[in-house]
Design a protein around this ligand. Structure first.
Ligand SMILES: C[S@@+](CC[C@H](N)C(=O)[O-])C[C@H]1O[C@@H](n2cnc3c(N)ncnc32)[C@H](O)[C@@H]1O
Ligand code: SF4
Ligand code: SF4
Length: 418
C-alpha cells in the first residue's frame, strides 16, 4: 500500500476528453493538461478521491504511482496553492529609431516617429501604473531601445521606485560593457533577437557581422544576474538553420537561456516579405520540430499561462508617439496617451477587456478549454464596435484545439523518453 499523501495535490477541477483512444485531461485553473490511457486515468482519479478524503489509501503498485507522479510533475498537473499572479504587461516602444532596417520588421522601424514621447512622459506612464496596486511587467522595445540615452534612468525608476518586473527587448548590437553595467541590477530580463542560429542566416536578415556582435552581447549579458532570452521569429528561410544549429549554439552559453519561438506578424515591412511567412500549419510543424530538437538538448518547455481572454488588455503596447494598443498588433490602436491621458486609455481598454473574458462570454464560460484557448481574437468585433464579444466556435475548432494540446504533450513525452 502507498500513502496518497506522498503525492502532490492533484487539480480539483478537470475536464476530460477522448482524443482517439486516450484521455486528454485539462485542469483549467492551473492551467495544465495530461494525455493518459484509461488505467492511468483510473489511478489518477482514485488519488484525487483519496486526496479529497473519500478513501485513505491507494491500492496500486509503487512503480505505477512513481510513473504517474513523474508525469504529473513533468506537466505541472498540480493544484495551485495560490491563484496565478496576473501581471499587467506594459510594453513601451521608447522610440521608432533603429540602427537596423530588418526587412521583416512589423513596426517598420528606422526613423523616429513625429512627436515621440519624451523621458518625462514615460516617467508619468510608470507613475500611473505604480499607482494601480497590481504586479506590473514593464518591458521596453521599439525601434531599438538602447539608442535612448535615458534608458538606464527609466529602468532604474521602473525597478527601484515602482517595483516593476523589468525587461529590455533589443538587437544587442549597442550593448557595450558600459551600457550593460548601467542596466544590470535594474533589468530583470533581456530578450535578444536572433534571426538564425548561424552567421549566414542571421546576417542575411540583420546585416553583415551582426550575428557575431549579438552573440558576444549574449555572453556578456550571461555574466550578469539577469535572465537572458532569445526572441526568434521562425520563417521559411531560417527554419532549417534553427533546426540544425540552435541546439549547438545554446550549448555554448554558460547558463540557461530562454527561447521564445514566434511566427511572423504580418504587419509593417513584413507585409512586403510575404514569401517568408509560412502558412500556420507549417509554422506549427517547424516550431514543433525545433522545440523537439531543443528538448533533446535539455531545454525545458515553458509553462502554459492562464488566458482569460484572447490577450486583449493583458498587454498595453504604448508606441513612441503615445498611441496605445491592447495587443501586439498595431492595427488595434485605440487611444493616445497625449490626447486621452494614460488613465483614460487604461479605463477604456480595461472595460473592454473585462467584457471579453472567457468567464463573461456565454459559450466560452462553460467550455473546459477556456483558460488555454482564451476565446479567439476579438479584433473584428472591436473594429465593428460590436457589443457582443462571443466568437463563433465549432466542434471542429475544439477538436483541432484538443489535438494541438495532445501533440504538444506527446512532443514532451517523446523527448523525455528518447
Ligand atoms: C520590433 S523588435 C524591437 C526591439 C529590437 N529592435 C529587436 O530587434 O529586438 C522586437 C521583436 O520583434 C521581432 N519582430 C520584428 N518583426 C517581426 C515580425 N514581423 N514578426 C514577428 N516578430 C517580429 C524582432 O525580431 C524582435 O525580436
Ligand atoms: S526588428 Fe528590431 S532591430 Fe530590426 S528593424 Fe525592427 S526594431 Fe530594428
Ligand atoms: S472559442 Fe471555443 S474553444 Fe475557445 S474557449 Fe470559447 S468555446 Fe472554448
Amino acid at each position: 500500500m502507498v500513502q496518497s499523501d506522498s503525492f502532490p495535490v492533484l487539480p480539483v477541477e478537470i475536464s476530460k476528453y477522448w482524443v482517439e483512444d486516450r484521455l486528454l485531461l485539462v485542469a483549467p485553473k492551473v492551467p495544465a493538461w495530461l494525455v493518459v490511457d484509461v488505467d492511468t486515468f483510473n489511478l489518477l482519479d482514485q488519488l484525487r478521491a483519496s486526496q479529497r478524503g473519500c478513501g485513505a489509501e491507494i491500492p496500486a503498485d509503487r512503480q505505477a504511482l512513481r510513473r504517474l507522479r513523474d508525469l504529473v510533475f513533468r506537466h505541472n498537473f498540480i493544484e495551485r496553492a495560490e491563484p496565478a499572479e496576473k501581471y499587467i504587461r506594459v510594453q513601451a516602444h521608447l522610440t521608432n529609431r533603429c540602427n537596423l532596417r530588418c526587412p521583416h520588421c512589423y513596426v517598420s522601424s528606422g526613423l523616429a516617429e513625429p512627436n515621440e514621447l519624451d523621458k518625462d512622459a514615460w516617467f508619468d506612464v510608470c507613475r500611473f501604473f505604480r499607482g494601480l496596486d497590481a504586479p506590473i511587467h514593464f518591458s521596453v522595445s521599439g525601434g531599438e531601445p538602447t539608442l535612448v540615452k535615458w534608458l538606464p534612468d527609466l529602468m532604474r525608476y521602473a525597478k527601484m521606485d515602482c517595483g516593476f518586473q523589468t525587461a529590455v527587448l533589443t538587437n544587442g548590437l549597442l550593448l557595450s560593457d558600459e551600457k550593460i553595467k548601467q542596466l544590470a541590477g535594474v533589468v530583470d530580463s533581456f530578450a535578444v533577437s536572433l534571426d538564425g542560429a548561424s552567421a549566414e542566416t542571421h546576417d542575411a536578415m540583420r546585416g553583415r557581422g551582426t550575428f557575431a556582435k549579438t552573440v558576444n552581447a549574449l555572453h556578456a549579458l550571461l555574466r550578469t544576474d539577469a535572465r537572458v532570452g532569445l526572441n526568434i521569429c521562425v520563417r521559411r528561410s531560417n527554419a532549417q538553420d534553427l533546426m540544425t544549429n540552435l541546439g549547438a549554439l545554446l550549448s555554448t552559453f554558460d547558463r540557461t537561456v530562454d527561447v521564445d519561438l514566434a511566427s511572423v506578424i504580418p504587419e509593417g515591412r513584413a507585409l512586403e516579405f510575404s514569401g517568408e511567412t509560412l502558412p500556420p500549419d507549417e509554422v506549427q510543424a517547424n516550431i514543433s520540430t525545433i522545440s523537439k530538437q531543443l528538448l533533446r538538448d535539455g531545454w525545458a518547455p515553458t509553462r502554459a499561462s492562464l488566458r482569460e481572454n484572447c490577450g486583449f488588455g493583458t498587454s498595453f503596447v504604448i508606441y513612441a508617439n503615445g498611441d496605445v494598443s491592447p495587443c501586439i498588433t498595431r492595427r488595434f490602436r485605440r487611444g493616445n496617451i497625449r490626447r486621452d491621458g494614460v488613465e483614460g486609455v487604461f479605463a477604456d481598454l480595461t472595460r473592454l477587456s473585462e467584457k471579453m473574458k472567457v468567464q463573461n462570454l456565454p459559450e466560452c464560460k462553460s467550455c473546459g478549454l477556456n483558460t488555454l484557448c482564451g476565446g479567439k481574437c476579438h479584433l473584428p468585433q472591436v473594429r465593428a464596435g460590436a457589443a457582443d464579444f462571443q466568437n463563433e466556435c465549432s466542434e471542429g475548432f475544439k477538436e483541432q484545439f484538443r489535438r494541438g494540446l495532445t501533440r504538444r504533450f506527446d512532443i514532451v513525452e517523446r523527448q523525455f523518453h528518447a
